[in-house]
Design a protein around this ligand. Structure first.
Ligand code: ADP
Length: 306
C-alpha cells in the first residue's frame, strides 16, 4: 500500500472545568487527507483545498508534524500530503490539530505502524506548536484516540482515554468572528483563588466520574468552569444568552470550545441536541454574525482510514 485516505476529526478542547487537559472527538466534521509514499525523499504538500493555507512544509502544521516524524525515523522514501480542509482554521474546534495528526497517522500506517498513538501525539504536538506557539495535546489527544481524553501530563506525555455514555451528543456553534489567540491568552488571570481551584478540581473529578458511570445528572452538575469562562466569555458576543437558552433547552452544559469563538453544548440524546441547535440558531440569526452549527455524537474511534 502506497497511498491512504483518512478522515481527521474536529475536536473540542478545554471542556468546561478541564481547561488545557480535557477534550473530546467529533464525528460529523473533519478534514480528509491523502498521504502518499513516494521515491523522492522529503515531505511535500501537493494539494490544499477548502482554505488558504501555506504549501511550504515548515509553515503548515501538517508538514511540521510530518517532518518531526520523518527526521526521527529517516525512512528510505518520501511522502506527499493532500489536505481537503473542512474545519475552518481558527474556529476553536481543532483545525490545526486535525492536520497535525493526519499526516503522522497516515505516514505511520504506510510505514507499517512503527509508532504507537502516544508517540504519534508527540510528533503532532510539534505541528500544533507552529499554530499556537507552544506544544499542547488537548486537541491532538482526542483526534488520535477518539472519545474523551485527559492529558495527564506533558513530560512525560501521558494521555488517558475516558469512556462516555452512548447517547451523548454535542451541538457546536461557530460564530464567524475572529478572536486573536494572544488576546484570549492575555485575558486569563495569572493566579487563581484557592476557593476557585477547589471548586474546579471537584468538578473535574465528578465530571470524569459521571462519564464512567453514565450519570447525566452528575455530568450536568459538573460541567462548570469558574476559572477561565468568566474571562474568555467576554470575547464572544451573545455568549451569556447562548449559555442560558441552551441550558433552558435541556443541554447538560454549555461552554467555550478551545479558545473560542466556538461554543459547545453537551446533550443527552439527539432530540435535545436539536433543540439546543434551534436555540443557538435563534440567537445568532438576529445578530448579523455568520455562523455554522454542527451536531455530532461523540466519536469514540478518532482518526480513521476511509
Ligand atoms: P484551531 O483551534 O481551529 O486549530 P488555531 O488558531 O490553533 O485554530 O490554528 C490555526 C492557525 O494555524 C492559523 O493561523 C493557520 O494559518 C495555521 N495553520 C497552519 N497550517 C494549518 C493547517 N494545515 N490547518 C489549519 N491551520 C493551519
Amino acid at each position: 500500500m502506497n497511498e491512504i485516505k483518512i478522515f481527521s476529526p474536529a475536536t473540542v478542547a478545554n471542556v468546561a472545568c478541564g481547561y488545557d487537559v480535557l477534550g473530546f472527538c467529533l464525528n460529523t466534521i473533519g478534514d480528509e487527507m491523502i498521504i502518499r509514499k513516494v521515491d523522492k525523499k522529503g515531505i511535500t504538500i501537493t494539494k490544499i483545498e477548502g482554505f488558504n493555507l501555506p504549501f511550504e512544509t515548515k509553515l503548515n502544521v501538517a508538514g511540521v508534524s510530518a517532518l518531526a516524524m520523518y527526521q526521527a525515523l529517516q525512512p528510505d522514501c518520501g511522502f506527499e500530503i493532500e489536505i481537503y480542509k473542512n474545519i475552518k482554521p481558527g474556529s476553536g474546534i481543532g483545525s490545526s490539530a486535525a492536520s497535525a495528526v493526519g499526516s503522522v497517522f497516515g505516514m505511520n500506517v504506510l510505514l507499517g505502524k512503527p509508532f504507537n498513538k502516544t508517540e504519534l501525539a508527540k510528533f503532532a504536538m510539534k505541528g500544533e506548536a507552529l499554530a499556537s506557539t507552544c506544544e499542547h495535546a488537548d486537541n491532538i489527544a482526542p483526534a488520535l484516540f477518539g472519545g474523551f481524553t485527559l492529558v495527564k501530563g506533558l513530560k512525560p506525555l501521558e494521555i488517558l482515554q475516558i469512556p462516555s455514555p452512548d447517547n451523548l451528543y454535542a451541538t457546536i456553534i461557530h460564530p464567524q468572528i475572529e478572536i486573536k489567540t494572544a488576546e484570549s491568552r492575555a485575558i486569563l488571570p495569572k493566579e487563581v483563588k484557592l476557593q476557585d481551584a477547589i471548586e474546579q478540581w471537584a468538578n473535574v473529578g465528578s465530571f470524569i466520574h459521571s462519564l464512567h458511570t453514565n450519570d447525566y445528572q452528575l455530568m450536568k452538575r459538573s460541567l462548570h468552569d469558574c476559572i477561565v469562562e468568566p474571562h474568555r466569555s467576554k470575547l464572544i458576543p451573545y455568549y451569556n444568552e447562548v449559555k442560558q437558552k441552551t441550558l433552558d433547552a435541556g443541554a447538560l452544559g454549555t461552554n467555550i470550545s478551545g479558545s473560542g469563538p466556538s461554543i459547545f453544548s453537551l446533550c443527552e440524546g439527539i432530540q435535545t441536541a436539536n433543540l439546543v441547535k434551534d436555540a443557538m440558531e435563534k440567537i445568532y440569526s438576529n445578530t448579523g454574525i455568520k455562523f455554522d452549527i454542527h451536531i455530532s455524537k461523540i466519536n469514540t474511534e478518532g482518526i480513521r482510514i476511509l
